[in-house]
Every structure is written in structure tokens, then in C-alpha cells.
Design a protein around this ligand. Structure first.
Ligand code: ADP
Ligand code: MG
Length: 405
């Protein structure tokens, strides 16, 4: 698989070698069980490929935010049990990360065997990217594979540091993310439309600042849109807006104007009399949001306009729900948008944790070409920021670094 200039597991000779694999098993636990094993399942193709080729695996992941100390509820034993069920083979779990248990178990590994280290964030040196800790991790194996795209934007010992001490390649998930996001930012088939919503206005503005120079049309919805509408002089009532970002929003609108590309904002919204699931609601034009009410969803006329505008697109990137989709009474706008994107005759990419959840909720995940597993990481990639966990992987011979152009 092409990974824009980075080695992948297909380039490694792993037979008879111990491979340290950074996986993303940051899964929800409930009553000592894995409540959602999606991320574990997502790692299986890489793990199976390595095992089939005769490797022994040392797996390392974080789970939750233990902040550098041992938190009993965040131990990985339930993860090891679930992984063993899914892989159909024994998974040995140790209670330390690079301590005596881990070292002994790693040294004893035979080809085809799997070892899971304890939660790497139990060690305060992980998030500090401490070189001694990275060297200890590297000492457990002969090769390093990173398949945890979701943490690739963090320079931690198990994502970046360890790659300095071992030959380092991308796993299949990581390679697919790099390939899809590189194509999106560097080589999109045109017309290329970006749909941006959600709540994290500051983060999304940085993404918009880059996309406005690269895409052929922009659509802004969700919570984001309220800041843009206010920056244009529209009174959005009690909707949450970020006054510090009015100038940045105006700059994006100005840039779109200079480039002559369409930038669509909502023309109507579902307004609510308070921020609550059972609030009273009314569909109103954006100019007519009642005082004290707030815009919680992009309205139906706006979604008709979106549907019409994006139809010719050949590439679509969607990040950020177009409403408070978690509440059934406010889920419709985002569901409709997910359907519109799914039905397009375009190559479609969805990024962002909540957006991915919305796509699954709408039941159209199988009709989206790439759903990024990395929330923050995919946004930083689209912004053009080099991701430390990707940069640290070995370049292919003669290949350019997988830097987002
Ligand atoms: P993603 O995780 O896909 O990047 P964000 O985290 O930025 O997206 O935003 C998702 C959140 O934005 C959701 O919790 C959703 O309820 C919220 N949201 C969307 N539209 C609105 C709105 N109009 N008002 C308030 N919150 C909103
Ligand atoms: Mg989110």
C-alpha cells in the first residue's frame, strides 16, 4: 500500500523477528470488559499480516489519561482478553511496560506469539518523550511498526521517540490514513468541496485557513456557523459564538471572495429556546432567531442548498456535525448531510471523532470512501502540520517524506 514515501510493513522482512507495534487500543471499558472493540478490530489486518509472516509481536498502547501513574481501572487486561478472542490466539499480558516482567516476556517470545504491554501512559516518561524510556521500549524488539494514526500528532516515546532506535514502518491502518489524507490535500480530483461544522471553532478555523486556498467550494455549518454569521453582522441570539475568532472568520470569507469560490453559510436553522434535549424548537431564517434562542442545527432550506451545491463535486471532505446530533430531536440535519455526502458521485473523506460517529449513526459508513480514525491527527494533517509519529517513520528509498505538501 502506498503511504506517501514512508516504509510500510510490506517493506519489512519480519520472519523470526520481534516487532514492537504501537496500536490504538484506547477503547471504552465497562465493568472490566471492552464496551466497544472497534479499534481492536481495526488493528487486526496489520497484526495478522505480521503474524502470518512469522513475526512475534510486542504490542503497546495507551488507554485513557492515567497521567503518568498506575490507575487500576485503566489496566489492559480486558483488552488482552478481547484481543485474544478476536485473534483466535493466546495474548500474554504483563503488568509493566518496560520493567522486568515485560523484558522477560519479550525475550521469551517465539514467532507467532503475542505480548501486550501494560498501559504505556502509566509511565510518566511516555508523554515527555523521554529518550531513555524510548530506548527501553526499543530494547524489547527488533523492528517498530506504528499503526496508531490517532496519536501520530503527539511526539511521545511510543509514537516518535522509539522510532529513533529501531527501523520504523507504518502499519496498514496508518498507511491507509496517510495515503487518503495526502491525496486529499495534495492531489484532490476537482471540484473539491470542504464541509466544516462542529464545535471546536479555533481548531477548525486553522483547517479552513488552509482549505480555502485549496478547495473549489466551502460549506460552513454546525456550531462553527454561528461565529461566522455573527462576524457578518447577523444576530444569532443566545447561540454560542467566539468573538476572538470573528477576524479569522472574516479573513476566511474574504479569501474565498478573492479566489472567487463559493462559501455557503446556513440560511435557516433549527432554533431552540434553551440548550436542552427537550427544548422548544422552531425552524427560522438565520435573520429571525428569536432573542434568547440558539441555533442548534442547520435548517432544511440550507441543506437543500448544500445538496445542490456539492452534487458536481469529485472530492468531498467533511469534518464536524451540522447540529447537536447526539440528541435525537436535533439529529436530523447531520443525518441528512451524511446521506447527501454518502450519495455523491465523489471520493469522500470524513474526519473527526464526532463526525465519524454521526456517519455511523446515519447508517452510511459503508458508502464513505475514507473515515479517518484520527480526530486531532487528521485535522493537523489537513492543516499541513507535520505529524511527529509519521515523520519519524523511515522514508522509502528515494521517496519524499510523507509531509502534507
Ligand atoms: P469532530 O469531533 O467531528 O471534529 P467537533 O468535536 O468539533 O467535531 O464538534 C462536535 C460537537 O459539536 C458535537 O458535540 C455537537 O453537538 C456540537 N455542535 C454541532 N452543532 C452545534 C450547534 N449549532 N450548537 C452547539 N453545538 C453544536
Ligand atoms: Mg469532537
Amino acid at each position: 500500500m502506498a503511504a506517501a514515501g514512508k516504509l510500510t510493513i510490506d517493506d519489512l522482512d519480519v520472519a523470526g523477528r520481534r516487532v514492537l507495534v504501537r496500536v490504538d487500543f484506547n477503547v471504552p471499558l465497562e465493568d472490566g470488559r471492552v464496551a466497544d472493540d472497534t479499534r481492536i478490530r481495526a488493528s487486526l489486518p496489520t497484526l495478522r499480516a505480521l503474524l502470518d509472516r512469522g513475526a512475534a509481536l510486542v504490542l503497546v498502547t495507551h488507554l485513557g489519561r492515567p497521567k503518568g501513574r498506575v490507575v487500576e481501572e485503566l489496566r489492559l487486561d480486558p483488552v488482552a482478553r478481547r484481543l485474544a478472542e478476536l485473534l483466535g490466539r493466546e495474548v500474554r499480558k504483563v503488568d509493566d511496560v518496560t520493567g522486568p516482567q515485560a523484558r522477560a516476556a519479550a525475550a521469551a517470545l517465539e514467532p507467532g506469539q503475542v505480548l501486550l504491554l501494560e498501559n504505556v501512559r502509566f509511565d510518566p516518561r511516555e508523554e515527555k518523550n523521554d529518550p531513555d524510556f524510548a530506548r527501553e521500549l526499543a530494547g524489547l524488539a527488533d523492528l517498530f511498526v506504528n499503526d496508531a494514526f490517532g496519536t501520530a500528532h503527539r511526539a511521545h516515546a511510543s509514537t516518535e521517540g522509539v522510532a529513533r532506535f529501531l527501523p520504523a514502518a507504518a502499519g496498514l491502518l496508518m498507511a491507509a490514513e496517510i495515503a487518503a489524507l495526502s491525496r486529499l490535500v495534495n492531489n484532490p480530483e476537482r471540484p473539491f468541496w470542504a464541509l466544516v461544522g462542529g464545535g471546536k471553532v479555533a481548531d477548525k478555523l486553522r483547517v479552513l485557513e488552509r482549505l480555502v486556498d485549496r478547495c473549489d467550494g466551502l460549506i460552513i455549518g454546525g456550531g462553527m456557523a454561528n461565529t461566522f454569521l455573527t462576524a457578518q453582522g447577523i444576530d444569532v441570539g443566545a447561540s454560542r459564538v467566539e468573538p476572538d475568532l470573528f477576524d479569522a472568520a472574516r479573513a476566511v470569507m474574504g479569501r474565498a471572495g478573492e479566489r472567487g469560490i463559493p462559501l455557503l453559510l446556513p440560511v435557516d436553522v433549527v432554533a431552540a429556546d434553551r440548550f436542552a434535549e427537550d427544548a422548544q424548537t422552531r425552524v427560522v431564517p438565520v435573520e429571525a432567531i428569536p432573542a434568547g434562542w440558539m441555533a442548534l442545527v442547520v435548517g432544511p432550506a440550507s441543506l437543500d442548498a448544500v445538496d445542490e451545491a456539492v452534487r458536481p463535486a469529485r472530492t468531498v471532505f467533511w469534518n464536524g456535525p451540522f447540529g447537536v446530533f447526539e440528541w435525537p430531536a436535533f439529529a436530523e440535519g447531520t443525518r441528512r448531510l451524511a446521506q447527501v455526502v454518502a450519495e455523491l458521485d465523489a471520493w469522500t473523506v470524513v474526519g473527526g471523532g464526532d463526525s465519524a460517529a454521526a456517519v455511523h449513526q446515519a447508517g452510511v459508513a459503508d458508502r464513505i470512501d475514507h473515515i479517518s480514525t484520527g480526530g486531532g491527527a487528521s485535522l493537523e494533517f489537513v492543516e499541513g502540520r507535520p505529524l511527529p509519529g509519521v515523520e519519524a517513520l523511515a522514508d522509502t528509498a528515494g521517496g519524499a517524506a510523507a509531509r502534507p505538501g
